[in-house]
Ligand binder design. Structure first.
Ligand code: 5RP
Length: 222
């Protein structure tokens, strides 16, 4: 199986996993990226089983609408049964690096609202220690150089993601060579730099379950 087939397998597994939890009034939070896109395509097959979705990006909203799935503004929603999204890395505690697709802030907001965060990933995303994937940090544009200097002090090598503006109108710094052996502490430290909107560590609110796709099938990891 190639990587796309593994992503499809975990996307299908996610629909099977959430389906029994859904009621006619349920809202599903939906992430961003290629794995999330496969999930949206399978989710469309059961769109009669739930009320609608909240999207973590404009791209996801467009894909959901293209399938005829109603998309709600998060402010219209009181509760969310489940949030399903991919990741760039997961460690065994299900702390994640996300934001390869620059959607980290809205992803983190939607994940915060959801009762359950289901992460879906192929086995290439599984690591013992986070940080081989450069850590994305969303930054207010005028603070870019200041935040980069502060990230250097924390031991990372920030690189400006040229030509990318987030859905919120901000820029991304990708932090290379960061040793992430204390993900929660680092998530807090980076978020406390003035000018940072948020960073791609999902450690304070890690995933509740990871559906990890490998050549031997999809494993459910808690
Ligand atoms: C987007 C994300 C994605 O979930 C992450 O980049 C994984 O993407 P893909 O499923 O395409 O491998 O965090 O901001």
């Amino acid at each position: 199986m190639n990587q796309d087939q593994l992503k499809q397998a975990v996307a299908k597994a996610a629909v099977d996993y959430i389906r029994p939890k859904l009621e006619a009034y349920s809202i599903v939070g939906v992430g961003t990226g290629s794995t999330a896109n496969f999930f949206i395509d399978y989710l469309a097959e059961i769109k009669g089983d739930f009320q609608g979705a909240v999207a973590s990006s404009e791209a996801t909203a467009e894909r959901l609408k293209g399938h005829g799935i109603p998309v709600f503004d998060l402010n219209e929603v009181d509760s969310m049964a489940v949030y399903v999204d991919g990741a760039d890395e997961s460690n065994p505690e299900l702390a994640l690096i996300k934001g390869g697709g620059a959607a980290l802030t809205r992803e983190k907001i939607v994940a915060a609202v959801a009762d359950e965060f289901v992460c879906i990933a192929d086995s290439s995303k599984w690591v013992d220690c986070l940080g081989q994937f450069p850590l994305p940090v969303e930054v207010i544009p005028m603070a870019r150089s200041y935040v980069a200097r502060e990230l250097l002090k924390l031991g990372g090598d920030p690189v400006y993601r040229q030509g990318v503006l987030t859905d919120n109108g901000n820029v991304i710094l990708d932090v290379h060579n960061m040793q992430i052996d204390k993900p929660i502490e680092l998530e807090r430290a980076i978020n406390s730099i003035v000018g940072v909107v948020t960073n791609g560590l999902f450690a304070e609110r890690s995933a509740d379950v990871l559906l990890l796709g490998g050549t031997d099938g999809v494993k459910e990891i808690r």
